[in-house]
Design a protein around this ligand. Sequence first.
Ligand code: SAH
Length: 253
Amino acid sequence: MVHFVGAGPGAPDLITLRGKRLLEEADVIIYAGSLVNPQLLDYAKEGCSIYNSAEMTLEEVLAVMRQAEQDGKTTVRLHTGDPCIYGAIREQMDALDEDQILYDSCPGVSSFCGAAAALDLEYTLPEISQSVIITRMAGRTPVPDKESIESFAAHRATMVVFLSTSMLEELSERLIAGGYKEDTPAAIVYKATWEDEQTHICTVGTLAQTAKEHHITKTALMIIGDAVSSNSYERSKLYHPEFTTEFRVGKER
Ligand code: SAH
């Protein structure tokens, strides 16, 4: 059996209890070494075989999983954040299906949640934005044309941009071309929840300059939208004294 496990954004105590138990029980761990905190490997039992997938191809990862299965061993495939976001898990699962190897998934705290925590931020502020767009710039890995940064920027919803730290000038240009004003609040969160985490509030127009000033070239998220620093949001209806819910009768004004 193979367990796909979310490692969380960085801090080793941000893995789920289930994820930790699966790590403790695993005979084989294949971890995404470019981003997973290696301290998580301390949870592995003695004799566990550990592989760093940053140095492996999909075929090599699958070969390790198949061998483990033949030997009756349990494998944990440890992905950074939550495996469902840019985890390249589907291709692994399809191959396991072909080989009739059983697998399941254990969620993790995605880095976009870790970044919000680092900034004490609510992405979905009433009357400011009720949506979060998770996307990336096209780089060596393409993004479908229908998902251009410009088209998403037109919504002026909260946007979290992954995998794009080296392309911030172009990101700014395209955000502005799509409809965000240059002075729209933005933030760069570097290594959210790691010990060397950095948070920088800036604007859409100063993303590249801010990253350059702080020598940030990778492992960062860009957060864009008024939710980053607006004070003009509406209070929530859910907790308003006059609002009736399933659990509480509102008082008349
Ligand atoms: N599955 C992961 C994302 C993997 S893609 C998740 O759910 O978070 C890798 C990208 O995620 C990085 O290029 C960076 O943009 C972002 N990332 C991962 N960990 C991060 C962290 N701790 N802080 C900021 N960005 C992070």
